[in-house]
Write a protein that binds this ligand. Structure first.
Ligand code: GTP
Ligand code: MG
Length: 330
């Protein structure tokens, strides 16, 4: 039903791309093809990108972006408004109270990017698999009642493991598997393209609440191996992380990424390893954890450089049922 002329629109959802001056149906179609479906998508674009994508002048593009931002009332907000915006943040339990507490109490959160880096076998993938199951749980059980997307760059996704973890929380293993959308990313370009695909799926109504990227950096590391390629790699990785964060905020979903480590011979004390992508990934991550093997089969997670939480450490275990506080009995 059409709204009568002059009636004040109050809800951002009621506006469409074509409400913006300079954006007709043709340009709107181009934008949608590029994964920009709504005013928020437009509002967060840069004039140059929009101009190139839509084939319009930069001045028109800038005006269109400003108009979108105006309609969305982006900019400063007071504390009450801010806390309202945070109200719809959802949390996904890791399966371990210790690990949840490390992350502020309730696990991995939406509108945020959580990174785990550490050596092989430290539990990064196992946490990803556990979260892919737990996101499906109802809110009262620590889930977000949504689906998971698992972007697999290393061929480590294991349906059998998902089924074991699902059984561990008393869920139907087949149903749980069906709610995990798995894509194998063959190279970094493909991995980047998959963001558009996720935006499309959400647009089509898929209730995706978690996106897992295991591993975030492996392809980038392999493809930009030469001397002198580091700046290019970091730039590409930076743009990718930015787009991941944008997706997380726009669609109120959680992003969990894993990252490998490399030996850092310059470091003389402590654990001589650093995360691939270094500061670029570190700055983009809302929560950054370092995983290592602990005593007697345990794992230790350390929170690194969190803006609002202390840099604590905690212990957890990888069990048949997924991530847990306690080791499973023999
Ligand atoms: P890379 O991807 O190699 O960098 O390592 P990662 O950090 O992703 O390691 P991952 O999460 O795959 O952890 C693998 C470890 O989890 C194994 O070495 C086992 O110790 C443990 N693990 C995996 N599956 C099971 C299981 O079914 N039961 C138990 N008890 N432990 C498991
Ligand atoms: Mg792994």
């Amino acid at each position: 039903m059409n709204k009568s002329e002059g009636e004040k629109k109050t809800n951002e959802d009621e506006h469409s791309l074509t409400d913006i001056p300079g954006i007709g149906p043709g340009i709107a179609a181009k934008l949608e093809a590029a994964g920009v479906y709504d005013l928020m998508g437009l509002a967060v674009m840069s004039p140059v990108t929009l101009s190139e994508l839509a084939g319009i002048g930069e001045a028109v593009a800038r005006k269109a972006i400003q108009a979108a931002r105006g309609l969305l009332k982006l900019g400063f907000m007071d504390g009450i408004e801010f806390s309202k915006k945070r109200e719809d943040v959802a949390y996904i339990t890791s399966g371990s109270a210790n690990l949840n507490n490390l992350l502020g109490g309730r696990g991995v959160e939406t509108k945020a990017l959580t990174e785990a880096y550490g050596a092989f076998g430290s539990g990064k993938t196992q946490l990803g698999l556990t979260l892919a199951v737990n996101v499906q749980l109802p809110k009262e059980q620590g889930g977000a009642a949504g689906k998971a997307v698992f972007i697999d760059t290393e061929g480590t996704f294991r349906p059998e493991r998902i089924m074991q973890v699902a059984e561990g929380v008393g869920a139907n293993p087949d149903k749980v598997l069906k709610n995990i959308l798995v894509a194998r990313a063959f190279n970094s370009d493909h991995q980047i393209l998959l963001i558009d695909k996720i935006n499309e799926l959400i647009h089509e109504g898929e209730p995706i609440k978690l996106v897992i990227i295991d591993s975030l950096t492996a392809h980038f590391r392999a493809e930009f191996a030469g001397r002198g390629q580091l700046a290019d790699r970091q730039q590409k990785l930076n743009r990718y992380l930015h787009n991941l964060m944008k997706m997380a905020e726009q669609h109120n979903l959680a992003v969990y990424v894993t990252n490998q480590v490399m030996a850092n011979p310059a470091m003389m004390f402590g654990d001589p390893t650093t995360a691939i992508g270094g500061n670029i990934v570190g700055h983009a991550s809302t929560y950054r954890m370092y995983f290592r093997r602990g005593k007697q089969g345990s794992r230790v997670a350390k929170l690194i450089d969190s803006p609002n939480l202390p840099d604590n450490e905690c212990q957890f275990y990888v069990t048949t049922k997924g991530i847990r506080d306690e080791e499973e009995p023999e």
